[in-house]
Design a protein around this ligand. Structure first.
Ligand SMILES: [Zn+2]
Length: 326
């Protein structure tokens, strides 16, 4: 019986491996692992890329297969003549070095800094920064649609930061870390977090300074079911929102020492705030404009909604209708 060529190759490979040292075998193993990661990455992209196979440029359904480019199936549209693949119009379009994506995503699950991740996978730190925010731009959109039952909502504040910006819109702070005046001011970014007792969590950056009733309404109204009991501190914004939206509200006057009332407390959401800030400290300050990305990243880690590099990749591949062409 004739042996198929691939089986012959495997047999020859066994012979070669038998003559190698342990160190050489470890090197071969790393090479094979890198190829396997690349292959898995391409499979995930093809499986979970753009859901609609039609042309992302003109939305025409008349297309044909047009070879492969960098391991991905390429299509050409008969109407506009342009080509595309499973990543076109997603945040990951036009990023190269796909063989390093899964190892890089592993670094993100380990909460490594831009520089540490760059060193680990062997890319430039500017590439590492670009990849991080492209991945998070998609992944942060993986959010629970609704919160149920007892929902705790509260704000936390982080000093506004223009890290990395060439043109500051205010005088630079000395040593970075302090606002000019005490208390919550327009120098602080307000983060609103709502969390139900099942651990489903949603977050919003509402802007600078304290949250208003309109902002609470815009954030919470679409995600609270009718049977929700909303637990908050005594801030007026929540009271006025709950009254307008017809939602059962349980305000806790924390300033007067009222922290728990039967099953109602804010320990879930306040614990989340403090874990988020503790986690964020490793990045030594993040620019305000990237805060939603970091919130999405932390939410995925804390709620364990994303646990493997492959899941993070799939979450990052969301179709963005208005992505610029490249
Ligand atoms: Zn087209």
């Amino acid at each position: 019986m004739k042996t198929p060529p691939f089986n012959q190759f495997v047999e020859r490979l066994r012979g070669v491996l038998a003559r190698l040292s342990r160190q050489q075998i470890a090197t071969v193993r790393d090479v094979v692992a890198a190829f396997a990661a690349h292959s898995l990455c391409l499979d995930l992209i093809e499986q979970h890329g753009r859901r609609h196979p039609g042309c992302p440029h003109c939305h025409c359904d008349d297309f044909y297969r047009h070879g492969y480019a960098a391991g991905l199936q390429r299509y050409r549209c008969r109407a506009c003549g342009r080509t595309y693949n499973a990543l076109t119009n997603t945040p990951l379009a036009c990023l190269r070095l796909r063989e390093k994506w899964l190892p890089y995503l592993e670094c993100m699950l380990d909460s490594k800094t831009v520089r540490k991740s760059a060193d680990t996978v062997g890319i430039h730190r500017n590439t590492s920064f670009r990849w991080r925010h492209r991945i998070l731009a998609g992944a942060r959109q993986k959010r629970p649609a609704q919160l149920q039952g007892i929902v705790e909502a509260d704000e936390t504040f982080i000093l506004e930061s223009q890290k990395g910006s060439r043109n500051l819109t205010r005088p630079a702070r000395r040593r970075g870390g302090h606002a000019g005046t005490r208390g919550i001011t327009k120098q602080h970014d307000c983060i609103l977090v709502a969390r139900d007792r099942a651990g489903n969590t949603l977050d919003w950056v509402t802007g600078r300074g304290p949250v208003s009733a309109q902002q609470v309404d815009r954030c919470l109204r679409p995600v609270l079911g009718a049977d929700v009991v909303l637990v908050t501190d005594g801030a007026k914004a929540y009271r006025s929102f709950s009254r307008d939206a017809g939602i059962t509200h349980k305000p806790l006057n924390q300033r007067a020492g009222m922290r728990i009332d039967g099953p109602y407390h804010l320990q879930g959401v306040n614990g989340y705030h403090s874990r988020f800030k503790g986690w964020l400290a490793r990045f030594r300050g993040v620019a305000s404009r990237y805060l939603p990305n970091y919130l999405g990243w932390y939410r995925a880690l804390d709620t364990r909604s994303i646990e493997t590099p492959g899941q993070l990749l799939v979450a990052a591949i969301v179709t963005k209708p208005a992505m610029p062409a490249c």
